[in-house]
Design a protein around this ligand. Structure first.
Ligand SMILES: C[S@@+](CC[C@H](N)C(=O)[O-])C[C@H]1O[C@@H](n2cnc3c(N)ncnc32)[C@H](O)[C@@H]1O
Length: 377
């Protein structure tokens, strides 16, 4: 196992620490869950900043866990590192005997370890077996999907998860090619995708295979289904005063996060009453208004941050009565730049690196094309 420290800069680290601090700085031992431990950049910073905090770190990638364990060796007496998909969080907490936690962080998507590994098949720029599993111990590979899905299923995956305009043409090329011989290499697939896209369209939006590779990765790892289950469970696990921070890298992830927060941030009391009744108040207070973007300085220092969208919320007590009714709008702690433009699928943000482009198209708007700005979610 090589030394990876220093090759990965945690995204929006200072902002994450700032948002998590009020939940972790208490006069008692506190529990932080890093649901996507990766190379433990965020986790290490949390442990360093909060000497009384216990970390529960989850990752579905055994290689990432091994690196994280080595990196966090000096904190061995206050960490639990668990090989799990984050939708297994309730079982993990149950097994460890922690019914409630004080904070959670989800830093979604793939890690630099996964993207840069020459043999894991995530990168269209390197030839490798078509694997793309974050957890190499289980699940179907991209090769199995590419060679077994029907034309319709392939086109749906490419269109929905990759926002690929030419999904039907690419699916046809895959079906045609695999009749000749099984498709097994990432370079071959990248070339096939490139050749399926009209020449004029190839000139914009980065590498022509970017969107298709992202779509396959999401399908292989069932990423969105896991997130849809995990976020409500994470919110349920938060103690009152506890905080959740989510870093998304494309519009579908961000939309799931927005929806998971929205219902809990509103009153369930009678609409015509100006004050809350006991038990009808929101269970969440939004800490970010809409989706927060990285600053230009952050993107310059860390190109992987270019497509990030941050949302954060705090668990509150719904029994608090008598206060003014919540609107579901964010009680922002610090103003930051907000999403300004509609997402144009395939458009490339200035300054993004190739690696970052691989991380996803990351439209600032919702997947349905609606702008996030002004949503006051
Ligand atoms: C962007 S990296 C996290 C980087 C980390 N914050 C750091 O500072 O090093 C995302 C990590 O989450 C893991 N991951 C993605 N989806 C997951 C899931 N559903 N359950 C558990 N881990 C997941 C990946 O294997 C990867 O290691």
């Amino acid at each position: 196992m090589g030394e990876l420290r220093g090759t990965h800069v945690p995204v929006l680290l200072e902002r994450c620490l700032e948002l998590l601090a009020p939940a972790l700085d208490r006069d008692r031992r506190t529990i932080h869950v890093d649901a996507t431990l990766g190379l433990a950049g965020h986790a290490e910073a949390v442990l360093a900043a909060h000497p009384e905090t216990i970390l529960i770190g989850l990752d579905r990638d055994t290689e990432a866990l091994a690196h994280a364990r080595a990196r966090l060796a000096r904190y061995a007496d206050r960490i639990h590192l668990v090989h799990a998909v984050y939708d297994e969080l309730p079982d993990v907490l149950d097994r460890l005997g922690y019914p409630h936690v004080d904070s959670l962080l989800f830093d979604l998507g793939v890690s630099s370890l996964q993207l840069d590994a020459p043999d894991r098949g995530f990168a269209y720029a390197q030839d490798a077996p078509l694997d793309m599993r974050m957890d190499q111990t289980r699940g179907v590979t991209a090769e199995e999907i590419v060679n077994s899905y029907s034309h319709g299923e392939l086109a749906r995956v490419l269109k929905v998860y990759g926002e690929e305009r030419f999904a039907g043409r690419i699916a046809s090329a895959i079906v045609r090619e695999r009749e000749r011989s099984r498709i097994t290499s990432s370079a071959f697939l990248a070339e096939l995708v490139r050749d399926s896209i009209p020449a004029a369209a190839r000139r914009t939006g980065g590498h022509p295979a970017k969107r298709s590779f992202q779509a396959l990765r999401i399908e292989v790892n069932r990423e969105l289904a896991a997130l849809e289950t995990a976020l409500p469970a994470a919110l349920d696990a938060l103690a009152v005063g506890g905080r959740l921070v989510v870093l998304s890298y494309h519009s579908l992830e961000d939309r799931i996060t927005k929806q998971a927060f929205a219902g809990r941030a509103r009153s369930t009391g009678p609409v015509d009453l100006p004050v809350e009744l006991p038990g009808t108040g929101p269970t969440l207070r939004l800490l970010s208004r809409g989706a927060e973007l990285p600053s230009e300085a952050e993107v310059a220092a860390n190109p992987r941050a270019a497509s990030v969208r941050l949302r954060a919320a705090e668990r509150v007590d719904p029994e608090r009565a008598g206060g003014p009714k919540a609107t579901g709008r964010a009680d922002r702690e610090r103003p930051r730049r907000r999403v300004k433009a509609l997402h144009i699928p395939g458009a490339t943000a200035p300054g993004r690196s190739d690696v970052d482009r691989e991380k996803g198209p990351s439209g600032p708007g919702d997947a349905d094309g609606t702008a996030v700005e002004g949503e006051g979610s």
